[in-house]
Design a protein around this ligand. Structure first.
Ligand SMILES: Cc1cc2nc3c(=O)[nH]c(=O)nc-3n(C[C@H](O)[C@H](O)[C@H](O)COP(=O)(O)OP(=O)(O)OC[C@H]3O[C@@H](n4cnc5c(N)ncnc54)[C@H](O)[C@@H]3O)c2cc1C
Length: 278
């Protein structure tokens, strides 16, 4: 077991990175644990054009690389592992257990776990089609068809990533698309159109990407917050914070997640200073 940290951050997407960097800047002894590379879901995003400060937009991959470089430059301690439990450890802290068998003590914890994709219902894609959770796992086979299941922003954005990889996206939605007009126009300009219903589903695709929705990953919170999912960064448990997509309902954006992360770190510092936590 290691010495007690001021803060352990779980999840290294935009929310977790913002929490870790703010904690570092405020002089806290912070450890960030992530089961994926720094950036979290970002590399699944084709281009972010709603993030202030990037006048021509930025690809999710490029932003993830920048976040990783910033975390490295700051010297924030990072551990690549899955946090499997967060428990109260007496009055003044928490115990974080990882799948790799590590146990960390912390005065405060920020959980920023993001979301996981809603699985495709059985029968929605033809038998034998390999279903991916998002575009990150896409094997580049130029010229091949890829089914993109869903009609929202993520589906259209993923279809653009597929097209960038010189493959042919076939977007299939159950209902009329809810995607932003600008995204639809960009897709249409590249010959990508949304097909409604199953009738037009192409049979010659070997890969499908599930974009029918995502749900919060709240499993670490079940025992700590029996009252249910938190709705704000500060929770009913002193010293425990939650940030990012996991608490944002449908408002899942990078800037929102980063703001949550920063707020978690600021509240953590205030908690440590005010509680006399040892
Ligand atoms: C296709 C697509 C396009 C998008 N386009 C845009 C866009 O244009 N503009 C925009 O603002 N947003 C966009 N988004 C949304 C944006 O990616 C998210 O809002 C953002 O990544 C949320 O950050 P987060 O840190 O809350 O979660 P995530 O980015 O999901 O990161 C959470 C991380 O925590 C890890 N984790 C979870 N549980 C544990 C655990 N127990 N232990 C260790 N690690 C754990 C996860 O594996 C993940 O790496 C897009 C999303 C998708 C899917």
């Amino acid at each position: 077991m290691s010495a007690k940290r001021d803060m352990v951050v779980i999840g290294l997407g935009p929310a977790g990175v913002a929490a870790a960097l703010q904690a570092w800047r405020d002089g806290l002894d912070v450890l960030a644990i992530g089961d994926e590379p720094v950036g979290g879901l970002l590399p699944a995003a084709h281009r972010l054009d709603n993030l202030p400060g990037h006048p021509t937009g930025i690809s999710g991959r490029a932003l993830a690389r920048r976040l990783a470089a910033q975390v490295r430059a700051a010297g924030v301690a990072v551990e690549r592992d899955l946090a499997t439990a967060v428990e109260r450890a007496g009055e003044a802290g928490f115990r974080v257990v990882t799948g790799g068998g590590r146990v960390h003590l912390a005065r405060t914890v920020c959980i920023a776990p993001g979301t996981s994709p809603v699985p495709l219902p059985r029968g929605l894609v033809p038998d034998g089609v390999h279903v991916l959770r998002d575009v990150r796992g896409l094997e580049r086979v130029p010229g091949s068809n890829v089914l993109v299941m869903g009609g929202g922003d993520a589906a259209i954005d993923s279809a653009l990533s597929v097209a960038d990889a010189c493959m042919r996206p076939v977007v299939v939605a159950r209902h009329a698309t809810r995607a932003a007009a600008r995204l639809l126009a960009e897709a249409a300009a590249r010959g990508i159109h949304v097909r409604i219903g199953d009738a037009d589903r192409r049979r010659d695709a070997t890969t499908a990407i599930a974009c029918i929705g995502r749900e919060p990953r709240l499993e670490l919170l079940h025992d700590l917050l029996p009252g249910g999912a938190p709705r704000d960064v500060a929770t009913e448990v002193p010293g425990l914070f939650v940030a990012g997509d996991a608490i944002r309902g449908r408002d899942r954006f990078v800037a929102t997640a980063m703001g949550d992360g920063q707020r978690a770190a600021v509240l953590a510092r205030a908690y440590i200073e005010g509680s006399g936590s040892t």
